[in-house]
Design a protein around this ligand. Structure first.
Ligand code: UDP
Length: 482
């Protein structure tokens, strides 16, 4: 097994193996769950990643975990056939998991030799590995790194697929899932937007396979999705028990240095004055959209800290940096409009490709975040009491944006003009000013501060997320003595 490292700590502490799909947005919460199982419950753990997703950012992050949380990486499997055919990222991640089942089974067999392996946990694209774990006699769980809206969609997808006539975006009525905000068909999960695509078929397949899990841990918390949680927590034949155990978010000291000087710069700014602009671990904009964002920020006159990525060449694939967004292929700042850096140097800091996001969000100078609505970013923002501007790009981000804006009311959305989805500078200026400096912005700040408190009490002893993880862990520990 490539790159295996494992310090199992005390003899025969219960051990959990957790498989993360490629991408920091997956590795971070999976590894943090492992860290929490160790810190709060005395488990040892192996975080299993794919060699294909190896990156400096990922290595630094995994190296920062405690010694009792080891890591192993599954060797690369051939995916050239799919890459050559232009397969979507969801297809690549799903096929990679499926083709890696033999290597995973061998790894689990090795980890199981001393009898301490009490559970296997896979994340959302790893549904095909659940059976391999069960065949090896290990209870198999899913860790769902998104919210209950998305989980509910996945669990209902086989039925929706059977009933739907035409594409989601053409449905006259929004999609209504039990206890969840109504989502217009066009805002539903991006790979579901073309029902003839491989990516669509894979998502339906995963929705079916999730039923193989002994339980589903979800990176959300009751106070942010109270109605969906009340419904999904009810045992129901045909779906595994659901455990909202979040937020499981990255710790600020885990592999996050300040190489780009973000924190030093924030130290010189007034309290809650800076808009943090980031599109997640891999998101990027088209060159034209990047120009408009620069123009909008400049016109607003607000302070900002912008993590800039090189534009997607054609503007057609905003997830181009998926496997390693920290390494843009070009120096991204050269794509900014001429003179922008000079004109905004008194109020703005622009950093290439990567920022220590959790430290930035936790900084007293950060007042709001313009985010692509990746669920980790949302949780990190909420946990630090930071309101948002929702700028979704791909995956389930559009439905997250609907939820944040319409239901939870902790985000504003810029106006989108025209069918090409372009957001103009003037509209960016408006949403930035409204967020930083208006009654609407203040109302969002109040709401997000309430949720921040709820995350803290939920994770503290006796809180809902804490109790839910305890319940899960008690089941796993029973196996140690079985
Ligand atoms: N992240 C970071 N610095 C960056 C960009 C992203 O530390 O410059 C981290 C961020 O804190 C979060 C993860 O990468 O933990 C991104 O996950 P998310 O679910 O928000 O989006 P994804 O990257 O999966 O689209």
């Amino acid at each position: 097994m490539a790159g295996e490292s494992d310090d199992r700590g005390a003899a025969r502490a219960p051990h959990v193996a957790l498989l993360s799909s490629p991408g920091m947005g997956h590795v971070v919460p999976v590894a943090e769950l492992a860290r929490r199982l160790h810190a709060e419950h005395g488990f040892t753990a192996t975080v299993v990643t794919y060699a294909s997703s190896d990156s400096a950012a990922q290595r630094a992050f995994l190296a920062s975990l405690p010694p009792a949380v080891g890591s192993a990486s599954l060797p690369a499997v051939p995916l050239d056939d799919l890459v050559a055919a232009g397969a979507a990222i969801e297809t690549l991640l799903s096929v990679e998991a499926q083709r890696s089942v033999p290597a995973l089974a061998a790894l689990l067999a090795g980890l199981g030799k001393d009898g301490s392996l009490v559970a296997f946990v896979a994340d959302l694209f790893g549904a095909d590995t659940l059976r391999a774990a069960r065949d090896a006699g290990v209870p198999a769980y899913l860790f769902f790194p998104s919210n209950l809206l998305m989980l509910s969609l996945m669990l209902h997808l086989p039925r929706l697929d059977a009933e739907l006539d035409g594409e989601f975006r053409d449905q006259p009525e929004p999609v209504r899932l039990p206890g969840c905000v109504a989502v217009p068909g066009a805002d539903i999960l991006q790979p579901l937007q073309d029902r003839t695509s491989d990516a669509y078929c894979w998502m339906v397949h995963h929705g079916e396979r999730y039923r193989d899990a002994d339980g589903i841990l979800v990176n959300t918390f009751d106070a942010i999705e109270p109605n969906a949680s009340a419904i999904l927590r009810q045992p129901e034949p045909g779906h595994p028990p659901v455990y909202p155990v979040g937020p499981v978010i990255r710790q600020p000291d885990n592999g996050d240095d300040d190489a780009t000087g973000c924190i030093r710069w924030l130290d010189t700014q007034p309290d809650k004055s800076v808009l943090f602009v980031s599109f997640g671990s891999g998101g990027a904009l088209s060159a034209a959209q990047m120009d408009e964002l620069a123009r909008g920020l400049e016109l607003s006159g607000q302070r900002f800290l912008w993590v800039v990525r090189s534009p997607t060449d054609s503007g057609a694939d905003p997830g181009a940096n998926y496997y390693d967004g920290s390494k843009s292929k070009d120096y991204p700042l050269k794509f900014l409009p001429s003179g922008f850096l000079e004109r905004t140097k008194e109020v703005g800091l622009v950093v290439p490709s990567w920022a220590p996001q959790v430290r930035v969000l936790g900084h007293r100078a950060t007042g709001a975040m313009l985010t692509h609505c990746g669920w980790n970013s949302v949780l990190e923002s909420v946990m630090h009491g930071v309101p948002m501007i929702a700028w979704p790009l791909y995956a389930e981000q559009r439905q997250n944006a609907v939820m944040l804006h319409e239901e939870i009311k902790v985000a504003l959305r810029p106006k989108v003009r025209g069918a090409d989805g372009m957001i103009l500078g003037e509209d960016i200026t408006k949403v930035v000013n409204d967020t930083m400096n208006s009654e609407e912005g203040d109302a969002m700040r109040t709401k997000v501060t309430e949720l921040q408190k709820a995350t803290r009490s939920g994770l503290a002893a006796g809180g809902m997320s804490h109790k839910t993880l305890n319940e899960m862990v008690a089941k796993w520990k029973e196996r140690t003595f079985a």
